[in-house]
Write a new protein. Structure first.
Length: 201
């Protein structure tokens, strides 16, 4: 399936199913336009990143065990996905949906090592005035029995708005700081995305 067919299926058929999950508060699809930073080249293959928000873990578990979450969604995912990995985070703040140029940064330090949130917050000093950042440490991962998991799983997800993609060019202060943050065994990738807020505003 090519990228256009993937995006169409995800935005239409799959979204119609996912948006009916019980207890769902917010549903956002981030369709990857291109990678703007790829530390090692091993991890730059994502086509989309979803943000699915529930009130708490109990509601999440109820949605996952429902017929829709346990049967219908996994069956549809096999039609258009080659890998599936979920990451449980606690959103720190909602970004402004009216702001352009949303970028999603995935971080992994290798050996399942946690990434220091204060180190990620220090990236702010490389951002232009007016840019926004949201930092979400990954608390746990989810997998599907029906699909392979991503071999490299994010330990931190960072959302940016208002960045010129050129800020990620090789050798820039921001890309060098990210490389130092994850260390020699780690990996990082940043994607410029087309954000579609399908539920929750």
């Amino acid at each position: 399936m090519n990228r256009a067919a993937f995006s169409h299926h995800w935005l239409t058929v799959h979204a119609a199913l996912a948006s009916r999950l019980p207890g769902l508060v917010r549903y956002v699809q981030n369709h990857v336009i291109r990678d703007v930073f790829c530390l090692t080249g091993r991890w730059c293959r994502h086509a989309g990143i979803a943000e699915i928000t529930y009130a708490n873990d109990t509601v999440l578990a109820r949605a996952q065990s429902s017929h829709l979450g346990a049967v219908l969604l996994p069956a549809d995912e096999q039609r258009f996905l080659s890998e599936w990995t979920g990451a449980i985070t606690t959103p720190s703040a909602a970004l402004d949906p009216a702001m352009p140029d949303k970028t999603v940064l995935l971080l992994n330090a290798g050996d399942d090592r946690l990434i220091d949130s204060s180190g990620v917050r220090s990236l702010r000093r490389f951002l232009p005035s007016g840019a926004r950042i949201e930092i979400e440490p990954v608390e746990a991962h989810l997998t599907r029995m029906t699909l392979p998991a991503d071999p490299v799983r994010p330990r931190m997800i960072v959302y940016f708005q208002g960045l010129d993609p050129d800020i990620w060019r090789n050798g820039s202060d921001l890309s060098a700081a990210v490389a130092q943050l994850v260390g020699p065994q780690g990996d990082a990738v940043a994607y410029l995305v087309d954000e579609r807020v399908l539920l929750g505003g």
